[in-house]
Design a protein around this ligand. Sequence first.
Ligand SMILES: Cc1cc2nc3c(=O)[nH]c(=O)nc-3n(C[C@H](O)[C@H](O)[C@H](O)COP(=O)(O)OP(=O)(O)OC[C@H]3O[C@@H](n4cnc5c(N)ncnc54)[C@H](O)[C@@H]3O)c2cc1C
Length: 459
Amino acid sequence: MPINKLFDTAIVGGGVAGTSLLFTLARYTDLNNIILFEKYDEVSQLNSNPKSNSQTLHVGDIESNYTYEKAQKVKKASLMVSHYIQNFGEVDRVGFKRDKMLLAVGEREVEELKMRFVEFKTLYPYLELWDEAFLATFEPKLLEGREEPILAMGARGQITTVDYKKLSESFVQQALDTDKNIQMRYNEEVTKIEREEDGTFTITSDTTVFQAKTVVVNAGAYSLLFAQSMGYGKEYAVLPIGGSFFFTKEKYLNSKVYTMQNPKLPFAAIHADPDMTQGWNTRFGPTAFALFKLERYHALHLQDLIAALNIDKDVTQVYMNLFKDSTIRRYILKNVLEEMPLVGKEVFIKDARKVIPSLNVKDITFATGYGGMRPQIIDKNKKELLLGEAKIEEDGLVFNMTPSPGATSSLSIAMQDAEGICEHLGTKFNRLKHENEIQSLKVSSVKEPSLEVKKRAFG
Ligand SMILES: Cc1cc2nc3c(=O)[nH]c(=O)nc-3n(C[C@H](O)[C@H](O)[C@H](O)COP(=O)(O)OP(=O)(O)OC[C@H]3O[C@@H](n4cnc5c(N)ncnc54)[C@H](O)[C@@H]3O)c2cc1C
């Protein structure tokens, strides 16, 4: 097999994580030669696809599973995506402004929400409290047939919904529009990464061999497998958590409606989202259940799965700890039942009724072909299930594992990796240009400017 030229950076994986790094390196660094490998024929066929995830830009304002500290971090990261969408003229194509709310049901939750509002309003000044009188006209389905009191904390006119596949395509286009040498290698699966004695890397794909000075692996659950094949990250294992959705047969809601989190549960409570792939019909979910696959709708590679699960006594201990808690046990059982053809809808409807009380089983259908896999990381040393992203970094080599809210954080993670690569290679990261275009809002609402206009605006 021929050895190709030496690239500055090789990126493995063309989801939103890989493509956001491609864009960041091409536009904000001096690097000239960048190559990206994607094993499928298009970007974002797995978790970054709008059918796989909830299409939410997680800003932290209505996600009651986040603490104030976590919300601060998520807000900063999400703003980068929101600024990109607005500054690069992608509103109404990639990102959409919809209304959103966190719904409290019952007296206890209503009191909790009032306290959360006082705290979170300091971070998100645009938040409003919506009472029943307002909700009755704004989202009447929330009140039909409802006995318990409700209150919502909401926001209007924010970017709430993102097509992360289109965002990935936009990143690739922006990278190709620079004068850098960008190679997009579709249908090319990386099979091996090796560190050479001179510090460079050899990347072997199923058809060719390439070399690069730095490598970033953004390959979802496979990132950890690559790390472990090179002797890193042995302290981690993957717990693959599937997430499914249900559609309503009609459009019931205009806003995203999130519900209050049970603090004992490791995964976010289900929400109702207007779905961009289904004419904005309401989509409920995601559920959360252990599914022993790394890709939801592709063949199972048993060897990869066994390697990712990395089962030993420490991993078993984490599983046992999860099962010990009766709330989590019930939750796991409920989520397994929700996947079953006949009983699934009957079980799921109880959660969905927290949002729309008048919903009947006949009003919802299992969203076939939708859903994804969250590669949750287990830290074997701490005997803990980690929530959120994880990274392994080693001398010019980075492995990113990106369960939710990884798509929201993609530009922030990319900035961190780009800065690390520049430091490693002794090149410059153009912080000022990045601050102007990604870390701040330049133009409030631009409709699809031509490339010429974009170039002049940001020159
Ligand atoms: C049910 C569900 C709901 C979610 N909802 C949200 C949400 O609303 N908001 C949010 O921010 N996040 C959400 N997430 C998380 C989000 O989807 C992920 O964080 C994000 O898509 C991860 O992007 P990625 O690029 O790292 O991974 P992926 O999109 O999975 O991309 C990895 C890429 O690597 C490629 N690849 C793998 N191995 C190789 C190889 N050997 N060679 C070449 N290419 C390879 C794959 O083909 C794939 O294209 C959700 C996730 C799930 C499962």
